[in-house]
Unconditional design. Structure first.
Length: 160
């Protein structure tokens, strides 16, 4: 990270930009910019915030921000890959031992179950309501049988 910070500092100086001018333009504090240029990663709480600041600073300096971020990612990979294999194995063993603990009804964690039945009842009620409405509407809209015309025909036939 020190090499990347030095590269950014040299580019800033080469462009004739002072630290205060860059801080004003980027809305950074002076210590924030100095920590980036000195490669002081520990001064930042969030690595993603640092990456965002480096990308913004690289764009400001007219550099290819993607290449600068790639360099930072390479540094970050090397920095985090220094975790020893023993530490990784110890963490795995600790996790396995936690999984093998005896669980009693008093120490078990229960997951809340999603209750489906109210939705099933509501769906069935809705279907029943639709069927009832269909029956009622179809009976209201039913055309009455035309029996008055047939009465005249039946009377004429009985007379004959």
């Amino acid at each position: 990270m020190k090499e990347l910070g030095e590269y950014l500092r040299q580019t800033r100086i080469g462009n004739g930009v002072s630290v205060t001018e860059a801080c004003e333009d980027l809305d950074f504090s002076t210590s924030h910019l100095e920590n980036i240029e000195s490669g002081n990663v520990r001064a930042f709480k969030d690595v993603y915030e640092l990456k965002k600041s480096i990308k913004l600073y690289a764009k400001y300096l007219g550099l290819d921000s993607d290449k600068v971020v790639d360099e930072f990612n390479n540094f970050l990979f090397q920095y985090t890959s220094k975790i020893s294999l023993d530490d990784i194995l110890a963490a795995q063993k600790k996790k396995e031992s936690e999984e093998k603990k005896i669980k009693s009804p008093y120490t078990m964690e229960y997951k809340e179950k999603f209750n489906v039945w109210p939705f099933v009842y509501a769906g069935l009620g809705l279907i029943l309501l639709i069927v009832i409405l269909y029956i009622v509407i179809s009976s209201i809209n039913q055309v009455p049988k035309r029996t008055d015309e047939l009465k005249g025909l039946v009377e004429k036939e009985s007379v004959l």
